[in-house]
Write a protein that binds this ligand. Structure first.
Ligand SMILES: Nc1ncnc2c1ncn2[C@@H]1O[C@H](COP(=O)(O)OP(=O)(O)OP(=O)(O)O)[C@@H](O)[C@H]1O
Length: 250
């Protein structure tokens, strides 16, 4: 039986399986994510990477298995409950409010109903503004708070969306190909951002750009046909003949 309260891990995935009309897109998958870890999931197209994130965030219902996050069984929870528990998920395409400013985008994402004393609006306003400024600086948009999101570059929109998740203070952040379509300079800055993010939380990233993976990964999990093909440091997986055969050699 899975010890869901094991403090060594933020997330424990065991025997996770999902079957679509008999086809097992994720097949008896197990992996464990530690606090302050950046786990990168790589693997060929169709390996099941996105499906794993869909299962963890409750978007897709698992056929069997266990997913424990901070003592809770995520497979028994709805998508909104999982977000509330502290799991943030970013999809591939940025979904910011184009007509709103950077500030307003971040403000809208600030969790509601945190304060017990609803009447203390002023105090809350100051707290929200401070947090927005802090996050904006972290995502390299500190001097663009009044800028309309529509005028940001693609990379800046991706950072803004990461900021919109960070402001909710998730303990686990999941990102699906965050640097797709970014310039080399933006990729470097995103790596810097992720390295700062894991000071306070854990991250799972799906990525194809191996240069970027090398810059961010604490550990790499290689998926193939819904199963773990190899796992370990970047060096370990890069030199694993099985990985070279099915993925890196292509
Ligand atoms: N809802 C679904 N119904 C049926 N099949 C699905 C569903 N979602 C995913 N699949 C199948 O599961 C397999 C894994 O898909 P998934 O998108 O997770 O792979 P991936 O590793 O993220 O690939 P890519 O790198 O191309 O994004 C694919 O064969 C896909 O067609």
């Amino acid at each position: 039986m899975l010890d869901v309260t094991n403090p060594n891990y933020v997330l424990m995935v065991e025997g996770l399986t999902v079957s679509f009309d008999g086809f097992k897109a994720v097949n008896d998958l197990s992996f464990y994510v530690e606090p302050n870890e950046c786990r990168v999931i790589i693997g060929p197209n169709g390996a099941g990477k996105t499906t794993v994130l869909d299962l963890i965030c409750g978007r897709t219902k698992a056929t069997s298995g266990n997913v424990a996050f901070k003592g809770q069984d995520l497979l028994k929870m709805r998508e909104d409950q999982i977000v509330h528990a502290g799991v943030g998920r970013k999809f591939q395409t940025p979904s910011v409010y184009e007509d709103l400013s950077v500030f307003a985008n971040l403000e809208l994402s600030f969790p509601k109903g945190h304060g017990v004393f609803g009447a203390l609006f002023f105090k809350r306003d100051a707290e929200v503004r401070e947090r927005i400024q802090e996050i904006a600086e972290m995502i390299f948009l500190g001097d663009q708070l009044t800028q309309k999101a529509a005028f940001l570059s693609h990379g800046q929109k991706q950072w803004l969306e990461i900021g919109m998740l960070l402001i909710q203070d998730p303990e686990l952040l999941m990102l699906d190909e965050p640097v797709a379509g970014m310039s080399v300079a933006e990729r470097k800055k995103t790596a810097e951002l992720l390295n700062r993010i894991i000071a306070d939380r854990s991250v799972i990233v799906i990525e194809h750009d191996m240069g970027f993976v090398a810059d961010i990964a604490t550990r790499v999990t290689v998926l193939h046909q819904g199963k773990v093909l190899s796992e370990g440091s970047m060096d370990h997986v890069q030199n694993d003949p099985k990985v070279v055969e099915v993925y890196l050699g292509h």
